[in-house]
Design a protein around this ligand. Structure first.
Ligand SMILES: C[S@@+](CC[C@H](N)C(=O)[O-])C[C@H]1O[C@@H](n2cnc3c(N)ncnc32)[C@H](O)[C@@H]1O
Length: 337
C-alpha cells in the first residue's frame, strides 16, 4: 500500500477554488487502477494562507506513478486558474510505502475492512451494465441498500459453479444484484425478480429493457409471499433463488423456496448477520437489551427473530446443506440435496 501525502499553503482568497479542484479529483481518481482512498484535510487560516493536506492511498507506488503521468492528472491540475497559481510556495510531498500490520488491527482473523476493499478492487470489477445501474440507482434516489460488488462477484461465482440457467430473486430494488446474477447466466438464461414496490419494479424492468437485457429478466411487482401461489405457481426446478427482502419473512421464504429448487440448486440469503444483530442468537428476546427490543440501528426485533428462525431452518432442514459465508453482511448459502 502506498500513501501520497501533499501539504499545500493556498492563497486565502483561492481556498474555496482549490478545495473544489481537489475534491473534483476524487471522481477522476476513482477511475484509476490501484486507487483506494482519498482524504483532504483543511486547517484554519494562517494569515494570508490556508493549509491543506491530502492523503491519497494506492495499492502500490507504481499505481500512484501511473496517475501522476496520466491525462486525468494533467486535466485535474489545469482549469481556469491552474493549481500552481493558487499556492504560496511549492507543495510539500511525502510518499509512504506501508505494509498492513495485522498485529495492530482490531481483528485477529486477518480480515479487515481494508482487506474487503482490496478484494473488491482486485476481483469484483463491475461491467458497464453494473456501473450504469449503480449510478442510476444513486441518482434516482433509491436507498443505499443494494449489495456491494464483492457480494455480487460471490453470487456470480456460485451461480457459475452450479451451471445456473434459471433463477429467482426476492427484492429487486434498482436491479444491481440482478445484474450480477444475470452476468452468470448463459445467453438463454432467465431471471425472475420480485419487488414489492410497483414503481421500483416498473423502473427496473424499463432500465433492463433499455440496456438490452429485457429478454433475460422479468421483474414482477407484488408481495413475494403472495406471488408464490399466484404468478409463480408453475415455476419449479430452479437453479437458484436469491433472497434479499424483508428479513422478518426469511423463514417463510425458505419454506416457499426449497420446493421450487432442483436438487443441487442454491438458496442464497443476504444480510444473514443483520448488521451484527445475530451476535444475540439464542438469547431470549425478552432478555435482549431494551434498545434491541424496540429496534436498534438498522435491525429490529422482528428481523432478529426472523433471522434467528431462518438460521435454524437452514441448519436443520432435511433437504438442505447450508452455511453462512462470512461476507461483511453474512450470506446464507444452502444447497438442495
Ligand atoms: C435490500 S433491497 C434489495 C436490493 C437488491 N437485491 C440489490 O442488492 O440490488 C430490498 C428490496 O426488497 C423489497 N421488498 C421488501 N419486502 C418485499 C416483499 N415482501 N416482496 C417483494 N419485495 C420486497 C423492497 O421494496 C426493496 O426494494
Amino acid at each position: 500500500m502506498f500513501i501520497a501525502m501533499n501539504r499545500f499553503r493556498v492563497k486565502a482568497a483561492q481556498a474555496d477554488a482549490f478545495e473544489k479542484v481537489w475534491r473534483d479529483r476524487e471522481s477522476r481518481l476513482g477511475k484509476m487502477p490501484g486507487f483506494m482512498r482519498f482524504h483532504l484535510l483543511k486547517s484554519g487560516s494562517l494569515g494570508e494562507a490556508v493549509e491543506f493536506v491530502s492523503h491519497t492511498t494506492w495499492l502500490a507506488e507504481s499505481d500512484f506513478e501511473n496517475w501522476r503521468v496520466s491525462d486525468a492528472s494533467r486535466a485535474a491540475h489545469s482549469g481556469t486558474t491552474p493549481v500552481k497559481e493558487m499556492l504560496l510556495g511549492p507543495p510539500e510531498f511525502r510518499g509512504y510505502a506501508m505494509i498492513m500490520d495485522q498485529a495492530t488491527g482490531e481483528r485477529t482473523d486477518f480480515r479487515s475492512a481494508h482487506m474487503d476493499l482490496l478484494v473488491e478492487k482486485t476481483f469484483a470489477i463491475e461491467s458497464s451494465v453494473q456501473q450504469v445501474l449503480r449510478e442510476w440507482g444513486e441518482e434516482s434516489g433509491l436507498p443505499p441498500i443494494r449489495i456491494g460488488a464483492y457480494e455480487g462477484r460471490i453470487l456470480e461465482c456460485l451461480l457459475r459453479s452450479a451451471g445456473a440457467r434459471r433463477g429467482l430473486e426476492i427484492g429487486t430494488l434498482g436491479g444491481y444484484s440482478a445484474s450480477w446474477l444475470l452476468r452468470a447466466l448463459p445467453e438463454d438464461g432467465h431471471l425472475t425478480s420480485l419487488e414489492l414496490d410497483p414503481r421500483r419494479a416498473e423502473r427496473a424492468q424499463a432500465k433492463f429493457n433499455e440496456l438490452g437485457l429485457g429478454s433475460k429478466i422479468t421483474v414482477i411487482a407484488g408481495d413475494a409471499k403472495g406471488l408464490f401461489e399466484g404468478k409463480l405457481k408453475d415455476i419449479n426446478n430452479l437453479d437458484f433463488i436469491f433472497i434479499d427482502a424483508d428479513k422478518a419473512s426469511y423463514p417463510l421464504y425458505i419454506d416457499l423456496c426449497v420446493p421450487r429448487l432442483r436438487k443441487g440448486g442454491l438458496l442464497l440469503a443476504d444480510n444473514a448477520f443483520i448488521w451484527g444483530g445475530m451476535n444475540f442468537l439464542g438469547m431470549d428476546p425478552e432478555k435482549l437489551p431494551p434498545s434491541l427490543q424496540k429496534g436498534y440501528h438498522e435491525y429490529s426485533r422482528p428481523q432478529f427473530e426472523g433471522m434467528s428462525e431462518a438460521w435454524k431452518k437452514l441448519a436443520t432442514h432435511p433437504d438442505l446443506k447450508a452455511v453462512i459465508l462470512p461476507t461483511g453482511e453474512g450470506l446464507g448459502l444452502a444447497v438442495k440435496i
